[in-house]
Write a protein that binds this ligand. Structure first.
Ligand code: LR7
Ligand code: MN
Length: 576
């Protein structure tokens, strides 16, 4: 195994801040190194030794790396310093037309310099941090399908302008069967003029982002792989804190804070450093507020790495050998979706660590919908990928996904046995371990008695969230058997949950509401009786009853009387 490290005591110009900088030198630290680069050798993953190279420097040996001075503001040019761009008067129709091409304001993007300046958005405490003089180099892998020229090239320039040159091995662009002419030869010729090595690889046909990344990863020369989306902008000091974490421990997988580049104006908007990654019952990735216990673990220092249960997926750095050892990606996943949770679960369950590094900020153009086609249909593709995640990594909690999406049961998700074998081979821990130790705040309850629809014995209607949000009323409707809003769990903590929310009755006469589960009992505590089917609200002693005539979708709380309208059926697999 070879380790590429860039040493800032010998690195040049854009390297670290030392007078003796001469030529850029890549050093192999492992004396037993035999081969320089062998991309085919990745099958020898069992032999990857991840021990022994933790770099632990005393504070006085740390250095300040620096990137090439950030390109000066271009006076009068739109979008400088991350400012919003306004559509010129009279151009609204054209703007709208061009918006459809990428589902972001292409006209705005095209008007902004590829080199635009951005504010330094870091916390003050980040600006003074120093990093080890020896750090691994990174190759940046960017996959794209039909990306716009200006966003793709601005991504490249933001890397070039804001990464210490000695740490940046190369940029690898992987074209996933784009259908736009400018992404062909023109792109190849253009990137050859850039001041760092940029390569263009092409998938033989539409592969989807997962397999496209695998192709890119195979050609990586740097010690660390940094994956980025194709419409991002890296800010001042983004790279050093990521690589420093890996230099200390190669089993850390690290993400920047993902700031928002507005899809309408391309304004650069800082995201909160108080959110981390989670997921809901449908296996959608979601941001949630960082819990107090994690703030305390970091001694309240917001510049410290944040341990996150999951990652968004697009932007992260990982040691190349660790990437290979831990099973890269699931090759059975198509186009888009699911791979971020798969990798998050895999990292945690198989002994790694997943972090958000608050001193690293990268902006991303978030869009409302996908601009490209999903061969096979978006729902099927995402369901298939998620089903693979659930089947391989989630043990019995897979049921939450399949209850929410009964359709996923009939999706052909392919052969997952290689991934299960990987899990066994790496001796990964259980999903229960993950929930107990890494994500106790999860929406998925640790222990529950029931998961499924809750049907009224008299009306034969089902409890239904009707897609409502926290703070709104619980409803009922015709039992459709399609999961989603009619899936509830009755938990060991006596909650009746639906994804993020719990049945909550603060007013014994008022309606039953859906409120974010707080896990503290109180108004969210219910007793279900298997004998008489009653769902009794513990605090008020009243029972949940079918809606009365005033509002036929609104279940009510009434004195318990064992009437048929107070009987609720939790059918099937009730585990006491
Ligand atoms: O078939 C495809 N081939 C591709 O090469 C489909 C997509 N892609 C490329 C695409 O051009 C883009 O560069 O893959 C990248 C991601 O696709 P996007 O930008 O259309 O999707 P996204 O930003 O919504 O994707 C988020 O979730 C994905 C789930 O599969 C991936 O993990 C993305 O990397 C991820 N992006 C981020 O994490 C950025 C922050 C978004 C959030 C939350
Ligand atoms: Mn994206």
């Amino acid at each position: 195994v070879i380790m590429y490290y860039s040493d800032c005591t010998t690195g040049s110009g854009w390297g670290c801040n030392k007078a003796s900088d001469s030529s850029l030198e890549r050093r192999a630290l492992n004396p037993k190194v035999a081969k320089v680069r062998d991309v085919k050798n990745i099958e020898a993953e069992n032999e990857v030794d991840l021990g022994g190279w933790q770099l632990d420097y005393p504070a006085d040996k740390l250095h300040k790396w620096h990137a090439k001075p950030v390109v000066a503001e271009h006076p009068g040019s739109p979008g400088e310093m991350g400012k919003p761009v306004r559509t010129p008067a009279g151009q609204e129709a054209l703007m709208k037309e061009k918006f459809k091409l990428n589902q972001f304001n292409l006209m705005a993007s095209d008007s902004i310099s590829l080199n635009r300046s951005l504010p330094d958005v870091r916390l003050e405490g980040c600006k003074t941090k120093n990093y080890p003089p020896l750090m691994p180099t990174t190759s940046i892998v960017i996959v794209f399908h039909n990306e716009a020229w200006s966003t793709l090239l601005r991504t490249c320039w933001s890397i070039i302008n804001r990464s210490p040159r000695a740490l940046l091995e190369e940029i690898i662009l992987v074209d996933d069967a784009s259908e736009r002419d400018y992404l062909g030869k023109e792109l190849e010729e253009h990137v050859a003029t850039l001041p760092v090595p940029v390569f263009v690889l092409r998938t033989p046909g539409r592969n989807g982002l997962i397999r496209a990344r695998l192709l890119g990863a195979q050609h990586v020369k740097g010690q660390v792989i940094t994956f980025l989306d194709a419409h991002v902008e890296c800010t001042e000091g983004w790279l050093e804190p990521l690589l420093a974490r890996i230099a200390e421990d190669r089993t850390r997988v690290v993400c920047p804070i993902i700031d928002v580049i507005s899809d309408e104006t391309f304004e650069y908007v800082t995201a909160s450093d108080m959110t981390w990654g989670g997921f809901n019952w449908k296996l959608n990735f979601r941001w949630y507020r960082v819990p107090q216990r994690e703030m305390e673990r970091r001694n309240g220092d917001r510049t410290q790495p944040l341990r996150t249960p999951t990652m968004a997926g697009g932007l992260f750095s990982i040691d190349k050998d660790y990437f290979n050892k831990i099973g890269r990606y699931d090759e059975g996943m198509d186009i888009w979706g699911g791979e971020n949770l798969e990798m998050s679960f895999r990292i945690w369950q198989c002994g790694g660590t997943l972090e958000i590094i608050p001193c690293s900020h990268v902006g991303h153009v978030f869009r409302d919908k996908s601009p490209y086609s999903f061969p096979g249909g978006v729902v099927n593709v995402v369901m298939k990928n998620s089903a693979r995640v659930a089947e391989v990594w989630m043990d019995e909690w897979r049921d939450f996904f399949f209850e929410m999406n009964p359709g996923a049961r009939s999706v052909d998700y392919g052969d997952v046995s290689p991934r299960r074998e990987l899990r066994t081979k790496l001796q990964c821990k259980s999903f229960r371990w993950f929930l107990e130790n890494i994500y106790p705040e999860s929406q998925m309850p640790l222990d529950y008695y029931y998961l499924g629809e809750i049907r009224n014995a008299e009306t034969q209607s089902c409890l239904d969230t009707l897609g409502r949000k926290s703070g709104e009323n619980l409803g009922t409707s015709y039992c459709h058997g399609l999961g989603g809003n009619q899936v509830f769990a009755y938990t060991k903590r006596q909650q009746v949950m639906s994804d993020d929310n719990c049945l909550d009755a603060s007013n014994p006469n008022g309606p039953v509401k859906l409120v974010r589960c707080h896990g503290m009992g109180g108004n969210q505590m219910w007793t279900y009786s298997q004998e008489d089917g009653s769902i009794r609200h513990v605090n008020s002693g009243r029972c949940l009853q079918k809606p009365d005539a005033r509002d036929v979708t609104l279940p009510v709380l009434k004195p318990c009387d064992k009437s048929l309208g107070q009987q609720w059926v939790m059918k099937g697999s009730f585990k006491w």
